[in-house]
Design a protein around this ligand. Sequence first.
Ligand code: NAD
Length: 262
Amino acid sequence: MARLSGRVCIVTGAAQGIGRAIGEALLDEGAKVCFADINGDKVAEVAEANRSRFADSVTSAQVDVTSRARVRAMIDHTVDSFGRLDVKFNNAGVNKPMNFMDVTEDNWNFIMGVNGLGCMIGMQEAARQMIAQGGGGKIVNTASIASRQGFDNVAPYCASKWAVVSLTQSGARDLAKHGITVTGFAPGVVATEMWEQVDQDLMAIGAAERPGQAMEEFSSEILKGRVAKPADITGTTTYLASADSDYMTGQIVMIDGGMTLV
Ligand code: NAD
């Protein structure tokens, strides 16, 4: 039997990149999946692209993860569609590099808002639904190598991803009494549109001279010898959504090809 047969999951930031890959891997293992993203049209296309294979197991929702009302609406839509919520991936994230001394309040608030506050609201509202169902369930947060080291040019991003680690630990402690586990995973350098944008942004602030340079330099220490594809991440995310990880909580799994050894 498929490892996630009938398990109802939500993945945010699922219109592209890592989130889309997480959702599609969950479908492959028999889950029912709500793909959610601030880009409602694009995430609806992702759901549609999967409908021919997975028919009634797919839906989508437009959501801004910083809006508690929109997050509640996304969960209500999922429960209306599939009857319950078993696994919530808080994966939506943003980055906008700035030289450390140039970081502004707007840059900080934007990044901390989506990556930090968005993660906390997502955990709280998912847990509220799981508790109302009688407890149990899994929350999985997307951290980063930037959760383990501070890098120049992306200080608010690093702070926001350290926040994801502490939220994972705090949530695990608080929600254990309801049988809810909270885990996370920390990718290194994954070739997605986020990195294409970061590459351009680093050139714009003078931290790189040519396209691809920042990614090459940043990832030169990867023991596996190459950057990741989203498909390199999904073996672990499916595991974290499955019963195989039931005895894990409060932990972050590094998936960075050996870039950061902690
Ligand atoms: P991406 O930019 O390709 O995708 C992110 C998605 O999040 C987009 O579809 C975007 O529309 C959505 N999003 C942004 N703000 C949102 C909001 N307020 N509400 C809902 N959705 C919103 O990025 P990715 O590379 O797939 O990254 C996914 C996650 O993985 C992020 O949390 C990111 O920080 C993390 N991560 C990425 C890398 C990497 O190298 N790509 C490394 C470590 C961690």
